[in-house]
Write a protein that binds this ligand. Structure first.
Ligand code: MLC
Ligand code: AMP
Length: 497
């Protein structure tokens, strides 16, 4: 049965059988156990049907084995996996579930209370993970790899988050590109500290590991000391994270006792590769990490819509401040405002083409169309080629902020904040920050006679926005600098912070 499903990841897993796949707080699980559990889940989700036929299944579990078994179960039943974010407030969960048109919500008991209410209000089938474990007979459908596999929500320049749809083939291309470029082998052992609703955690760490037959140890959340302890305790070979994680690990190392520092340093000698991405890695962090661990972090560049596109080399010189050259199966070019390729040394927008590039924005044909030009996906990121390598120099839009590796939309936050009774007008800005890359800052113009502290604003925001979207800096203004079209000049506002 399983070989006819044609999901390559599943066929690969069968080759790895009794090897350990996932190490998590709930235990250690082999590839066989993952196959068995995901099959059970797939059959239970089908509930007598032949095929879920690309029905969207939104799911929320703690990071660990349950997550992977569920993701694979959805795929094996022919569904589209829509991973939810464990720290999103109800309003954001409702948005993703409604926008994706999910017909089923699956929740681990830890999240049952929150999601059961949402399912009831939206009239969507609700299942607790434990209800998917009863032994079930039946067969799983054949899955054509061109079918849709996953929808990940990503912020854009137009307000609300959009669902990025990837097919099984897209995922396969993204994974095989990295497996080749970074030399993944079944002897690898990676520590996973990232969220499991974004491409970095799902593709680069989890799925690459499982494709290669490697071990993936998943921490329920990132904790610097636990991460260092796991470095010391295990025979890890790989680590991948966003720059903020490296900053926090360096801070923890600096705060440690010299004897502990030595153990931490020695532990890093077991690794063969450490990677950073999702936001610019400051050269100072790269240098500090090298001084602490001896490793030159490999920096790479990617995006939810395309997977990874550019990478420094596994072997050969890694250039600080640069993101390298195109990965296997990926074509990259820089274009000017008219869409014409630029000469080396001239800045231009990054465009990407290749089998890893996503299929569409979920039910947004116009936005999908607008993001492609002659088959090239326009990233909105601006770069230059120097010394034969790409260097990211900025973004076309000031309304996109990257904070702690999370992409957030200034417009989306502004829309939420405008609902606050004291706020007359606001402008959200990304402020450079050594720890978070950028912080979310807001310039506020309050209604006459109103007062609002940052703390009050943050408390109010917690019910409405994910924690990383809530401003951590505020300035009060009487008016906003605007261009002749009335648009707020955010570059000028930035100077106020
Ligand atoms: C949290 N805090 C922030 C913040 N996030 N403050 C400012 N800016 C932010 N962005 C505050 C909290 O309010 C809290 O404050 C304190 O920091 C600790 O919060 P936390 O939630 O415990 O933080 P932590 O778990 O340490 O989170 C840091 C992190 C996390 C780096 C682990 O941000 C993270 O997981 N980032 C990864 C996101 C990711 O996977 N991106 C990939 C997207 S895909 P207080 O006062 O309450 O204590 C992509 C494509 C590609 O980009 O190329 O990969
Ligand atoms: P996301 O939409 O969350 O997938 O974020 C993708 C964005 O992260 C890209 O469009 C870039 O702006 C940014 N990004 C990813 N990797 C890097 C990097 N190495 N340097 C600078 N920016 C990066």
């Amino acid at each position: 049965m399983s070989s006819s499903e044609k999901i390559a990841l599943i066929s690969k897993a069968e080759e790895h059988g009794a090897r350990p796949a996932i190490i998590a707080s709930e235990g250690t699980y082999t590839y066989d156990q993952l196959l068995q559990r995901s099959r059970q889940i797939g059959l239970a989700l089908l509930d007598g049907k032949d095929d879920l036929g690309e029905a969207r299944v939104a799911f929320l579990t703690p990071r660990g084995f349950h997550y992977v078994a569920l993701q694979w179960g959805i795929w094996r039943a022919g569904g589209i996996a829509v991973p939810l974010c464990e720290i999103h407030p109800i309003s954001e969960l409702v948005y993703v579930i409604s926008d994706s048109g999910a017909s089923t919500i699956v929740a681990h008991p830890e999240f049952e209370a929150k999601l059961r209410v949402i399912a009831r209000d939206l009239d969507v089938r609700f299942v607790v993970t434990e209800d998917l474990l009863s032994p079930t007979r039946g067969s799983l459908p054949q899955i054509d790899p061109v079918r849709r596999a996953m929808i990940l929500y990503t912020s854009g320049t137009t307000g609300k988050a959009k669902g990025v749809v990837s097919t099984h083939l897209n995922i396969q291309a993204q994974v095989t590109s990295l497996v080749k470029a970074w030399g993944w082998v079944s002897e690898d052992y990676i520590l996973h500290v990232l969220p499991l609703h974004h491409v970095h955690g799902i593709i680069n760490v989890l799925t690459c590991a499982l494709w290669a037959g490697a071990r993936c140890e998943i921490l329920p959340r990132f904790d610097p000391l636990q991460t260092w302890q796991t470095f010391v305790d295990r025979d890890l070979t790989l680590f991948m994270a966003v720059p903020t994680v490296y900053v926090k690990l360096i801070e923890a190392w600096e705060a440690a006792h010299p004897q502990e520092q030595k153990l931490m340093q020695e532990a890093c000698q077991k690794f063969r590769l450490m990677v950073s991405g999702s936001a610019a890695l400051p050269v100072s962090v790269l240098a500090k990490w090298k001084a602490v661990t001896g490793h030159t972090i490999l920096e790479r560049y990617g995006m939810t819509e395309i997977g990874m596109a550019l990478s420094n080399p596994l072997r050969g010189k890694r250039l600080p401040g640069f993101v390298g050259t195109p990965l296997p199966q990926v074509e990259v070019r820089l274009v000017d405002d008219s869409g014409n390729p630029v000469e080396p040394g001239v800045t231009g927008e990054i465009q990407v083409k290749g089998p890893g590039v996503f299929l569409e924005y979920w039910q947004r044909p116009e936005e999908t169309k607008a993001s492609f030009r002659h088959g090239w996906f326009s990233t909105g990121d601006v770069a230059v080629v120097e010394k034969g390598m790409y260097r990211i120099v900025g973004r076309k839009s000031t309304d996109i902020i990257k904070t702690g590796g999370y992409k957030v939309s200034a417009l989306e936050i502004e829309e939420v904040l405008r609902a606050h009774p004291a706020i007359r007008e606001c402008a959200v800005i990304g402020i450079e920050d050594p720890e978070w890359g950028e912080r979310v800052g807001v310039a506020l113009n309050l209604h006459r006679g109103e007062n609002l502290t940052l703390e009050e604003l943050r408390t109010w925001g917690k019910k409405r926005l994910a924690p990383y979207k809530i401003p951590t800096r505020v300035v009060f203004v009487d008016d906003f600098p605007r261009n002749p079209l009335g648009k707020v000049k955010k570059a000028l506002l930035k100077k106020l912070f």
